[in-house]
Design a protein around this ligand. Structure first.
Ligand code: ZN
Length: 387
């Protein structure tokens, strides 16, 4: 078989003038575009003995129902980012899966830690698209939330992050309802918050991830995301914000959310901008099933009022998402009443659908979620909307 050498694009990472939020005009990252088994073997050789590697995927609706994978981007602590094009002819053929196994073995190897940023949908894609269950994942999105407390953040700031995802009026005076409800950061937002150099992606590539040939700027953008994960990891380690064993357990629970099945990207209660309950710790004791996310969780993740309604119990995160949906729907139909009047009845599940116009897990939710419209980072690639 004729081997086409894959050029290694090398350019020294450069940092241009620092802007107020540390966005840069450009950041160039060394990367190797991997399109055949020989270069893949070289890449795996460079990665498999590392204690930590950095991983991020690109695709359309990655991990969700109807989604698929385009690029697997990997890097060691130093050296180039390997951009593995799983749609290249060498990999996207009958023998392709076997060829890719050399890479999948690294993903399955618990001894090689995979540092990711929100690896849920990536894990879902590997699991449901390729039958590969990842092991040894360290998810920086969770470390970012944990770091907030280590940075001295108090409940006031934790609550403040929820606005305007949750309407200010629905939060003020009801802090206890949102205790332990955390707003997630997307990768770029986290880079900005930690004052790490980055450039903003100005466009969503949507289904273009599946067009070939891929534009140079798209490959570079994919490589840059892994570079950001690597940069953030080094920063977190330097700040002593990482407890690896704990983070691995948390990350295992996080990726475990999608183990059973691919989620629908429009499933408001599985794909939203809040951290699901029971991820940072897993409380002991009696367990209840949340009616909305359908997860079985310790009762400590529900409001106390849920005790009185066995049939419809909402975990704290789902209840917060529901408050948001109520506000949106009521505004949409010009009937914005004081939600406070119905809050407690809703929390224990006795509010009728008519009272707030949205059926539980109904089609209307999907439509209004999509109508939010604006591009948010990773939204179209992973189905998770951090807006
Ligand atoms: Zn729930």
């Amino acid at each position: 078989m004729e081997v086409t050498p894959t050029p290694s694009r090398t350019a020294t990472p450069t940092r241009t003038e620092t802007r107020p939020d540390n966005t840069a005009a450009s950041i160039e990252v060394d990367y190797t575009y991997v399109t055949n088994e020989y270069v893949l073997e070289d890449a795996v050789r460079a990665l498999k003995d590392a204690s930590h590697i950095f991983l991020d995927c690109e695709g359309h609706n990655l991990g969700a129902v109807g989604g698929s994978l385009s690029l697997v981007n990997l890097a060691a602590a130093d050296g180039p980012v390997y951009v593995v094009d799983v749609l290249a002819p060498a990999f996207n053929c009958d023998e392709g899966r076997e060829v890719l196994d050399v890479m999948f073995d690294v993903l399955k190897d618990a001894a090689v830690k995979k540092v990711m940023f929100d690896g849920r949908m990536d894990a879902s894609e590997f699991m449901h698209g390729y039958g590969v269950e990842m092991s040894g994942v360290l998810d920086l999105q969770l470390a970012d939330i944990v770091s907030r407390g280590l940075r001295g953040e108090r409940q006031k700031q934790q609550i403040g992050r929820l606005v305007p995802f949750i309407h200010r009026k629905d939060v003020n005076g009801h802090w206890a309802d949102y205790d332990g409800v955390h707003r997630l950061n997307g990768l770029i937002k986290a880079m900005g918050e930690h004052k790490l150099p980055h450039v903003r992606r100005t466009e969503a590539y949507h289904e273009r991830w599946h067009a070939r040939p891929l534009g140079e700027e798209m490959i570079a953008a994919a490589a840059r995301d892994v570079h950001y994960v690597r940069t953030m990891w080094k920063h977190f380690v330097a700040q002593d914000w990482v407890r690896e064993e704990e983070l691995e357990a948390q990350s295992g629970r996080y990726a475990g959310l999608v183990r059973a099945m691919r989620p629908f990207s429009h499933d408001t209660f599985r794909c939203n901008g809040l951290l699901p309950q029971g991820i940072l710790e897993d409380l002991a004791g009696e367990r209840w099933t949340c009616t909305l996310c359908e997860r079985e969780l310790a009762r400590g993740y529900f409001l106390r009022i849920a005790l009185f309604n066995e049939g419809r119990r909402f975990c704290k995160t789902c209840r917060a998402v529901r408050m948001r949906k109520m506000r949106q729907e009521q505004r949409a139909c010009g009937k914005e009443q004081d939600i406070g009047q119905v809050r407690d009845r809703d929390a224990c599940g006795i509010l009728s659908a008519d009272e707030w116009q949205v059926p539980v897990r109904g089609r209307g939710e999907a439509a209004s979620e999509r109508s939010e419209g604006a591009y948010s980072e990773r939204e179209t690639q992973t189905g998770v909307n951090y807006l």
